[in-house]
Design a protein. Structure first.
Length: 85
């Protein structure tokens, strides 16, 4: 995490790290996971609730204290970019 969720402001662009399953070409029994960073824009900040972000695919998510996220430098203005992986 880069900072505290209370410091996030509406319009700020961040990346949120998710663990996502990968296709398995062998039947190893163990799920293959990889870390992916998804771009999101902070769309709501209320100091008595977690900030709400819109992911690049249009889904909404709360930014919880346990989530790993980072700021994208130079993207503090209300601008939105696509997903990165």
């Amino acid at each position: 995490m880069s900072g505290d969720v209370a410091d996030l402001v509406v319009g700020e662009i961040i990346e949120i790290k998710y663990r996502v399953p990968q296709p398995s070409y062998e039947d190893s029994g163990e799920p293959l996971l990889s870390d992916r960073w998804f771009v999101a824009e902070i769309i709501h900040q209320d100091y008595d609730a977690p900030p709400v972000a819109r992911l690049a695919d249009g889904q909404f998510t709360d930014i919880r204290p346990y989530m790993t996220w980072r700021r994208i430098s130079g993207h503090g203005a209300p601008r939105f970019a696509g997903a990165r992986g």
